[in-house]
Design a protein around this ligand. Structure first.
Ligand code: NAD
Ligand code: UDP
Length: 389
């Protein structure tokens, strides 16, 4: 239940606000809406082209928060209602984006338009109407680490100065233009620079969030079940799909890249702190990740295989993984970030926030959800062609 005695990090009472949340129907938006409805008195104007992932918050009208969330089916590319909604709100949160790597090199134009051009009016309306903006960027703006350019066995590769990613120090290192994988990172970087400049020159109150591989229930889709059969979601859903179908997990270029994964529920705590502590969050760029949960993609595949076997009760495959080249998996123009360790100094100092959930625990709850939600539908989909023949 929403409490009236809630205070911010400085002990001041938190006033109820209206939030225009663009991209509210996606993975992160759905968890943020859930949190805001269950634990705060804030109102959400939820903007998206889809609402399947927040349906449980919109219906029935007897839900205790029914009068605090309104869904607006709007494509922000071309809808004049957007400015009105931003004007009605105290705060705008922009989550809308094409953000699946399989699209970056195969649909670079859509990726650049979505992550830069379509975000422009949002920034403009916030700036012109003196409204606060929390914009979702990405850890991918860091690109590759400095250490990745050293020989494989060079001792400096072990030096954190060569790989830990810091908001106010690390450079943004992308591949050449033909490597269209970087179209997303580059578009996100440019919108970050624009927002930063609006802050510096026109006084826009902003916070930029750089998520580092947030994962959990409702992320992306399972191909052929609640998304296109040929679609390629992010790694959690790709591997979940393989596990559900009892196929080997595909390791792109040997699965040597490293990632740090954070549980969506930990990350949402950080976003709520930003929402409710503007004086501490404004004018900052925040890494939000879990540096303790680092694995190679191969290790992730092995851990997911073990966890899935535990939660489903099914034995693992004898050969649980298979190697595949990035060209075969993603097509021409793919490239990769080698390693992503977030420096947590700034968010820790400003908001006193730290992630809590271990990789094993977050995979256990997420794969329990995947199994419960999809196992039956996948079984039916697999048996259909046989039944019809
Ligand atoms: P998501 O794809 O689940 O959510 C994005 C939502 O935006 C979708 O519901 C989509 O329908 C909506 N949207 C896209 N274009 C729109 C438009 N023109 N008009 C209206 N709605 C539109 O992705 P997510 O994982 O929830 O990511 C949210 C944000 O966080 C994105 O900006 C993404 O770049 C960033 N991000 C996420 C992660 C992560 O780990 N999940 C990592 C890095 C960056
Ligand atoms: N990946 C993989 N197999 C898959 C899907 C992804 O090996 O089936 C790899 C991908 O090449 C990348 C990592 O997993 O190195 C994470 O991919 P994701 O799609 O989650 O996005 P990213 O972290 O690169 O933004």
């Amino acid at each position: 239940m929403a409490s009236t005695a809630r205070v911010d990090l400085d002990g001041n009472p938190i006033k109820a606000m209206t939030i225009c949340m663009i991209g509210a129907g996606g993975f992160i938006g759905s968890h943020l809406c859930e949190k805001l409805m269950a634990e705060t008195p804030h109102k959400v104007l939820a903007v998206d082209v889809y609402n399947d992932k927040i349906k449980h918050l919109l219906e029935p009208s007897s839900l205790p928060w029914a009068d605090r969330i309104q869904f607006h089916r709007i494509n922000i590319k071309n809808d004049s209602r957007l400015e009105g909604l931003i004007k009605m709100a105290d705060l705008t949160i922009n989550l809308a984006a094409i953000c699946t790597p399989a699209d970056y090199n195969t649909r670079p134009l859509d990726t650049i338009y979505s992550n830069f051009i379509d975000a422009l009016p949002v920034v403009k309306y916030c700036s012109e109407n003196n409204k606060r903006l929390i914009h979702f960027s990405t850890c991918e703006v860091y690109g590759k680490t400095i250490g990745s350019f050293l020989p494989k066995d060079h001792p400096l590769r072990q030096d954190p100065a060569y790989f830990v990613l810091k908001e106010d120090e690390s450079p943004c290192i992308f591949g050449s233009i033909e490597k269209q994988r970087w179209s997303y990172a580059c578009a996100k970087q440019l919108i970050e620079r624009l927002i930063y400049a609006e802050g510096a020159e026109n006084g826009l109150e902003f916070t930029i969030v750089r998520p580092f591989n947030w994962i959990g229930p409702r992320m992306d889709f399972i191909p052929g079940i609640d998304g296109p059969s040929e679609g390629v979601p992010r790694v959690l859903a790709c591997f979940s799909n393989n596990l559900l179908r009892r196929e080997p997990l595909k390791l792109v270029d040997g699965g040597e890249s490293q990632r740090t994964f954070i549980y969506i529920k930990d990350a949402i705590e950080a976003v709520l702190l930003m929402i409710e502590n503007p004086a501490r969050a404004n004018d900052h760029i925040f890494n939000v990740g879990n540096p303790n949960n680092e694995v190679t993609v191969r290790q992730l595949a092995e851990m997911m295989t073990e966890v899935y076997s535990k939660v489903s009760g099914e034995p693992s495959l004898e050969v649980p993984t298979v190697d595949i080249s990035s060209k075969e998996f993603y097509g021409e123009g793919y490239d990769d970030s080698d390693k992503r360790i977030p420096d947590m100094t700034i968010i820790n100092k400003q908001l006193g926030w730290d992630p809590k959930t271990s990789l094993w625990d977050l995979l256990e709850s997420t794969l329990t959800y995947q199994h419960r939600t999809y196992a039956e539908a996948v079984k039916q989909a697999i048996s259909k062609p046989l039944a019809s023949s």
